[in-house]
Ligand binder design. Structure first.
Ligand SMILES: [Zn+2]
Length: 331
């Protein structure tokens, strides 16, 4: 199967992990922002996490440079547009992009302006390319519950206008869900969908709590339900969809090698899985690359591709009309 040309759906992609290195250099030069290097090859060494990275925390260090050039409306709009353009070029038909608004207020932007600029960039790309998108607002679990409330409140006016869901991301501690029960309940009340990063770094029980305490409809990664029966059972029983990102999982050492990734076993056992990039730049990948790796590693069939594509469409936070359109691409 040639995944560069097959239609694809992406549900888990971070804006700040997916900047074109060229764009970072361009903005930094114009705005006098200091970079470790303005040579593209050298800069890439700082932006891309190696496969032999040691942990999620080491992986997360790669986000400081991108965020330094994501502090104006113009830049956020451009960067979002370019991400959708890159995805459209490899025939991604629908993509949900997530970002943490509070990381982009360092130079005085208001949270609402940050969100609006990202939506504008997405709309620009939708008008120009054959791709649809939606936005997920991430709350940093390294920040307080109050900061999550702030994102939920300020993002509310954009629901139905490009924003569809709320997420919790960043470094993962055991039992993090307890602290965010209230802001996530408020988000659900307002009509946000909920997807939560959990079970990425060894703690399967976080997935159970994300579903039970936070009402997660989807889980970012979820690799470690493999070691927690209760989490595994609830994901299977409630058909909670896993947004899996194989290369990222090798880099953060959720698994040591692609062949140890549980995606195939999960899929075989009736767990709903999807394939995603996580971060196109930090993980040096594309949807075509992730699909090729998974399908080759586990010898998946064309029927598996259809199933995963349709699972991704159904699990997306797109409206019914968009979902019906997306299904037609593989019929
Ligand atoms: Zn992620």
């Amino acid at each position: 199967m040639n995944f560069s040309v097959l239609p694809k759906i992406e549900l888990h992609c971070h804006l700040d992990g997916s900047l074109r290195p060229k764009t970072i250099i361009d903005i930094a030069k114009r705005e006098g922002i200091r970079l470790p290097s303005i040579e593209i090859d050298e800069l890439e060494k700082e932006l891309i996490a190696p496969l032999e990275c040691e942990s999620l925390d080491e992986y997360l260090k790669r986000f400081a440079i991108p965020n330094s050039v994501m502090q104006s409306k113009e830049n956020l709009r451009r960067i979002t547009f370019e991400l959708f353009e890159d995805a459209a070029q490899e025939n991604v038909k629908y993509m949900e992009v997530r970002f943490a608004p509070l990381l982009h207020v360092a130079k005085g932007l208001r949270v609402e302006e940050v969100i609006e600029s990202v939506i504008d960039g997405m709309k620009d790309a939708e008008a120009k390319f054959n791709i649809k998108g939606n936005i997920i607002l991430s709350c940093m679990r390294t920040m307080s519950a109050e900061s999550a409330f702030e994102v939920v409140e300020k993002g509310k006016e954009f629901l139905g206008k490009g924003v569809v869901a709320i997420d919790l991301c960043a470094s993962e501690e055991a039992g993090f869900c307890g602290q965010f029960v209230e802001p996530m309940a408020l988000a659900r009340e307002y009509g946000y969908h909920v997807t939560i990063h959990a079970g990425e770094t060894g703690v399967g029980k976080n997935v159970l709590e994300a579903v039970e305490l936070l009402g997660a409809e989807r889980i970012g990664h979820g690799v470690f339900i493999k070691d927690c029966t209760e989490a595994y059972d609830i994901v299977k029983e409630k058909q909670v969809v896993l947004e899996m990102c194989p290369t990222s999982n090798v880099q953060t050492k959720a698994v040591n090698h692609y062949n140890e990734h549980p995606i195939y076993q999960f899929h075989q056992d009736g767990i709903k899985v999807t394939v995603n990039t996580d971060n196109r730049t930090v993980s040096d990948t594309t949807m075509a690359k992730e699909c090729t790796i998974v399908f080759n590693e586990f010898s998946l069939s064309e029927e598996d591709y259809r199933q995963i594509y349709l699972t991704s469409v159904e699990a997306s936070f797109a409206d019914r009309e968009t979902k019906e359109k997306l299904k037609k691409y593989i019929n």
